[in-house]
Design a protein around this ligand. Sequence first.
Ligand SMILES: Nc1ncnc2c1ncn2[C@@H]1O[C@H](COP(=O)(O)OP(=O)(O)OP(=O)(O)O)[C@@H](O)[C@H]1O
Ligand SMILES: [Mg+2]
Length: 229
Amino acid sequence: MKRSVIAVEKISKTYGSGESAVHAIKEATFEIFSGETVALLGPSGSGKTTLITMIGCITEPSGGKLTLNGSLVYDQKWYINDTRKIRRENIGFIFQSHNLIPFLNVQDNVTLIPLMNRVSSKESLEHAQELLEYLGVGDKLDKFPSQLSGGQSQRVAIARSLANNPKIILADEPTAALDSERALSVMELLRKLAQEQDVAIVVVTHDERMLPLFDRILRVEDGVVREEH
Ligand SMILES: Nc1ncnc2c1ncn2[C@@H]1O[C@H](COP(=O)(O)OP(=O)(O)OP(=O)(O)O)[C@@H](O)[C@H]1O
Ligand SMILES: [Mg+2]
C-alpha cells in the first residue's frame, strides 16, 4: 500500500513585499507517496529550491498547507514548535555541495544526527557502518571530508541523510558537483533506496539525462508547478 508522505496544498512563497515582491512559488498542489522518486525540473530561478526547502521545513511558506507523514506541519502557520525536530526525525536532506562538517571525520558526520536523536552510540555506529558499506565508502570511517573525492563526499552525505531512517529524502541538485558517470551512479543508488526501503525521494535536477530514473516529473516554471505526463 502506498502511503502519502508529502501532501502540498496551494502552497506559496513570496519573498519581499510591495513592488519588489517575488512570487517564487504560486499555489502549488501535489502529493508524493512512499517509495516514489520524483524529479523537480525547471530553469534557474524557477522556484525549485524554494519549493524543496519549504517541504523540508527550512523555508517558511507564505500560505497554503503542508502535511508530512500524515501530520499537518503548516497551515497558514507552522503547526509544530520545532521545525528542526521534524527535520531531524523525518527528513534526510542532501545539498548540492555535500555540506559535511569539515572538522568531523566520516563516522562522526554520519552519527551526529542519530546521537542528537538520543540513539545509543553503539547503535548509531553500527548503522553508520552499514550505510557507508552499502554506499561503497565503508573503508572511510576515520577519514576527514578534505581527504575524500567529490563522489565519495557525496556518498557520505547520502549516508548521513539516511542515518535517521527518514521516510523522506529531499535532495537539491545532489549530483551537480559530480561527473556524469558518478552522478548517474548516485541517482541509481537513490532509486534503489526508494524501492528497497520505501523511501520517498524528491530530487531537484537540471539534468535531463537523469529523467528516466524517476517515477514522476514535476516541472517548475516561473513559480508554477505542474505534473509532466
Ligand atoms: N531569500 C530570498 N530572498 C529574495 N528572493 C529570493 C530568495 N531566495 C530565492 N529568491 C528568488 O525566488 C526565485 C526562485 O528562486 P529559487 O532559488 O527557488 O530558484 P531555483 O529554481 O532553485 O534556481 P536555481 O536552479 O538557480 O537553483 C528567484 O527569482 C530568486 O531570485
Ligand atoms: Mg536552486
